[in-house]
Design a protein around this ligand. Structure first.
Ligand code: NDP
Length: 609
């Protein structure tokens, strides 16, 4: 017999975490290992609850009817006492006379009016779970938060009158809880760190197992294709090189040197230290913002090497070997990350990478923020070795093109590709702080997916256009170059302003500069922007990114589809990523998110998708 009291599909009363409120929920599943029930609230929010936080509906109905048999005068007194958010202290209340209560009642009525409470008949669960009655302007966001703090106090009491589990003897205790206003402050929808990941992404265990082999194979084939004289689809697959030719110890040594130099730059005590967003346990990690300095130091180092006649096209000559070295390194790093994650406390595990399946957790990342002392491995890999490495690779391709084709100047196509991608990287490093509110940092663990993505995929696949141009030069006219540049600027403008708008809003919702924006409040205390870029489509930053991706491929002409791999892959990646984020947001914000989707129906592409 399963060791559980409630069956899947059963409608029960579930306690709202951190509160004494019970709402009608439906049991969706039960985890034998953690003994947690996954329950669904009426607004769509799903949470994992302990059995002790669940009651049968009948126990509530009983008590409710008991309470309704109590005298109306007592009920009204009790209700008005706890309804007021600003009610007097306990001692005073106890000694209060009838007239005093009368006065208090009057005061409470006034307070209720100012708080503009919903009618008693309203569905309290709906309100309480953050479903807004209307969209609020952001200049009232602080007021709004105040109201959110106060309103539930009043509503809490109303809900309790319906669903109270306490006996009359416990009324006093109830008052104390309200007097301290603890309830609403402790209510937060968080993804329970201790709960197992039930919904597997990326095709589950089979999908992630396949991807561990498919991703490195894709990189290898792309690079081999690019090396061919005619990289058309007709020539796929390219001939495979011997295993020995893929590996060179010196190349691996150079890669290690690069990685550790970047680590050294990361450790330099320059740049401000900022706090990340609160983790599920409320803790905030500190991050040093010195990515741009690392870039400047790297540029100075590369400049010095070039000055002393260092042949940077060594990178081009051994490009595939570098990619293999980076892949080997990312595999070793992922194994290390997985092994250390087995000893990590439950609360440090990634909500999406804690399935209990080795391959799945290894791929998606078991630990959310693995650190060695204050050295944050994920944050470091996210923007430094791979991203700065991408720019260095592009520069190496530019020099290789000049050398191979005996040019005194790089081609216009090569200049465009290099400049556009340089802008993208410099922008990411200049706005390094913004990475702290991205999915990679706040949701995804650090495993093979991000390690391989940051260290191999980004530098070696994103530089494909420059690599392609070395072997397949394209001459483009100035007007074409101007048109492509305008396209890139449009993409960049959308990408940057959308990301900054969200990042600034998340960091300071009361920022006067954002006061013109409208916001849908949610139960978590965070708002959802519903005008500005985030009111245009649901992921405007992805739209901008995709436009830029197209601008990066266009300078390569239309002879082959290979340089368009990036934009095709990127659309697939962002459409999938958007769906993942949508799913997470729906879970986090419930009805408030649905409302946002109604207001902003397009996900990435206006009028299309
Ligand atoms: P986003 O920066 O788009 O963050 C998504 C989060 O934003 C949501 O989870 C939600 O989090 C918040 N959010 C969503 N809607 C709203 C709203 N209306 N108002 C306020 N907050 C909202 O996610 P990514 O990390 O995927 O992307 C960051 C950038 O990185 C993008 O520009 C993307 O294009 C780029 N990128 C680039 C890649 C590359 O390889 N070049 C790969 C992946 C991404 P919450 O509410 O919890 O704050």
């Amino acid at each position: 017999m399963p060791n559980r009291k409630y069956a899947d599909g059963e409608v029960v009363m579930g306690r709202w975490p951190g509160s004494v409120l019970y709402y009608e929920v439906q049991v969706t599943s039960y985890d034998d290992a953690s003994h947690l029930y996954t329950v669904k609230y009426k607004d769509g929010t799903e949470l994992a609850l302990k059995e002790s936080d669940i009651r049968s509906q009948s126990s509530f109905k009983q008590r409710k009817s008991q309470s309704s048999s109590s005298s109306p005068s007592r009920r009204s007194r009790s209700r008005s006492r706890s309804r007021s958010p600003g009610r007097p202290a306990k001692g005073r209340r106890r000694s209060s006379s009838h007239s005093r209560e009368h006065k208090d009642d009057k005061k409470k009525i006034i307070q209720e009016t100012t708080l503009a409470l919903p009618k008693p008949s309203e569905n309290n669960t709906r309100r309480y779970n953050g479903e807004p009655d209307s969209t609020e302007r952001n200049d009232t966001s602080s007021k709004l938060l105040e109201q959110q703090k106060l309103k539930p106090d009043v509503e809490v009491e109303r809900v309790l009158d319906q669903y109270s589990l306490r006996s009359r003897r416990e009324e006093k205790k109830k008052e104390e809880i309200y007097a301290e206003k603890k309830i609403f402050e402790t209510i937060k929808i968080t993804e329970k760190p201790s709960s197992k990941t039930k919904e597997l992404e990326f095709g589950g265990r089979f999908g992630t197992f396949t991807l561990i082999f498919l991703l490195p194979a894709t990189v290898l084939y792309l690079l081999l294709m690019c090396k061919q004289d005619d990289p058309s689809l007709m020539n796929f697959p390219p001939p495979l090189p011997t295993l020995e030719s893929l590996w060179e110890a010196k190349v691996f040594g150079v890669f290690l040197l690069w990685f550790f130099f970047q680590a050294l730059f990361y450790l330099l005590p320059i740049g401000k230290v900022v706090e990340g967003l609160p983790l599920s346990n409320g803790r905030k990690l500190q991050y040093r913002i010195n990515g741009f300095y690392a870039f400047v130091l790297t540029a100075a180092a590369i400049g010095t090497l070039l000055y002393f006649q260092f042949e940077l096209h060594y990178l081009y000559d051994h490009f595939i070997q570098f990619a293999v070295s980076a892949a080997a390194f990312s595999m070793v790093l992922s194994i290390y990350l997985y092994i250390r994650s087995l000893k990590a406390p439950e609360e440090d595990l990634a909500p999406g990478g804690n399935s209990g399946y080795l391959v799945y957790d290894f791929f998606t990342g078991h630990e959310l923020n693995p650190r060695i002392g204050s050295f944050d491995l994920k944050y470091f890999c996210e923007l430094r070795p791979g991203l700065i490495g991408w720019v260095v690779i592009n520069l190496a391709m530019l020099l290789a093109e000049m050398k191979i084709h005996n040019q005194s100047m790089p081609s216009l196509s090569m200049i465009l590709v290099n400049s556009f991608q340089l802008l993208y990287v410099v922008d990411a490093l200049w706005n390094e702080e913004a990475v702290l509110t991205t999915m990679d940092i706040i949701h995804d663990g650090f495993g093979f997916m991000l390690a391989f993505g940051d260290l191999v995929w980004v530098p070696f696949v994103y530089s494909l256009q420059a690599f392609y141009l070395v072997g397949h030069p394209i001459a483009i006219s100035w007007p074409t170059a101007a048109a492509i540049t305008i396209l890139n600027c449009i993409g960049y403008y959308i990408f940057r302003s959308a990301n900054s708008q969200k990042n600034n809003f998340r960091r300071n919702p009361a920022d006067p500069k954002l006061s013109y924006l409208k916001v849908i409040p949610t139960a978590t205390g965070k708002g959802l922007l519903v005008t500005g870029w985030w009111g245009f489509v649901r992921h405007p930053n992805y739209l901008g990114d995709i436009i830029m991706a197209l601008a990066w491929s266009l300078p390569c002409g239309f002879n082959h589809i290979l340089p368009y791999f990036y934009v095709i892959y990127f659309i697939c990646l962002l459409v999938h990523r958007e769906a993942r984020d949508e799913h997470h947001c729906k879970k986090k914000y419930g009805l408030a998110w649905e409302r946002y989707c109604q207001r902003v129906p397009y996900r990435i592409f206006p009028y299309i998708y």
